[in-house]
Design a protein around this ligand. Structure first.
Ligand code: SF4
Length: 217
């Protein structure tokens, strides 16, 4: 069988590692998780969504992304786990990395914090497999995301990390189609205050309107 990271090449069938039947899917937002959730359900897997994203700034943006994701999970009948919003914890982990570019060391720390929390929750709740939506965006470094996921899961012997390439097999296109179909909110920056600043710097240089969000602590 021609397989690539658990997905049968050119088909919609998913083959989770070790024949797992249930998966804890870490989700960053509805647009990134929508297609993956539908695909996992179609493959007959038991899915739980884990929303843990203390990186998102400001709180109003966090609540917007969370509520949209929760509503869509409910629509699909997928249990939604609401992780804590503790931005102070995230700020501690990225201290000294504020000026790193996207895909740099700040993002490694950010992925690690979120995926370690995912692996811990899976371990505490007897879920054998974790996966994340973080790598579906073409703006992300998939190998960086997967490396953080593998290291997070390695801390818990009963938990594996599924390094599926969700972009393949039409995944990227499906993400766009579902976002349009559901009318999901269009995000203008990755999520943290530093990505917001970077986006606005880029916009300013090109004379484009800025993304208006509070930058305060
Ligand atoms: S740019 Fe995105 S992935 Fe990187 S630290 Fe900020 S929120 Fe996290």
């Amino acid at each position: 069988m021609n397989k690539e990271n658990g997905r049968n090449k050119g088909s919609k069938l998913l083959a989770p590692p070790d024949g797992a039947h249930s998966v804890l899917l870490h989700s960053c937002c509805a647009p990134c998780s929508g297609g993956i959730m539908e695909e996992l359900l179609e493959a007959g897997l038991q899915v739980t969504l884990f929303f843990y994203n203390p990186n998102i700034h400001p709180r109003s943006e966090y609540l917007l992304r969370k509520e949209e994701n929760k509503l869509f999970a409910e629509k699909l009948g997928i249990p939604f786990v609401d992780g804590d919003y503790l931005p102070e914890r995230w700020l501690l982990d990225v201290k000294g990395l504020e000026l790193e570019p996207e895909r740099g060391r700040r993002c490694t720390a950010c992925f690690t914090l979120r995926l370690e929390a995912t692996a811990r929750y899976a371990d505490e709740n007897g879920i054998p497999l974790i996966a994340t939506t973080l790598g579906i965006s073409r703006w992300k470094d998939l190998s960086q995301v997967n490396s953080c996921g593998l290291q997070a899961a390695a801390k818990y012997p009963g938990v594996g990390y599924w390094d599926c390439n969700w972009r393949k097999g039409g995944g990227s296109q499906r993400m766009i189609e579902i976002s349009r179909r559901e009318g999901f909110y269009h995000q203008e920056y990755c999520g943290c205050r530093y990505s917001l600043q970077e986006t606005n710097r880029w916009r300013q240089e090109r004379g484009r309107p800025l993304v208006e969000r509070e930058l305060g602590e």
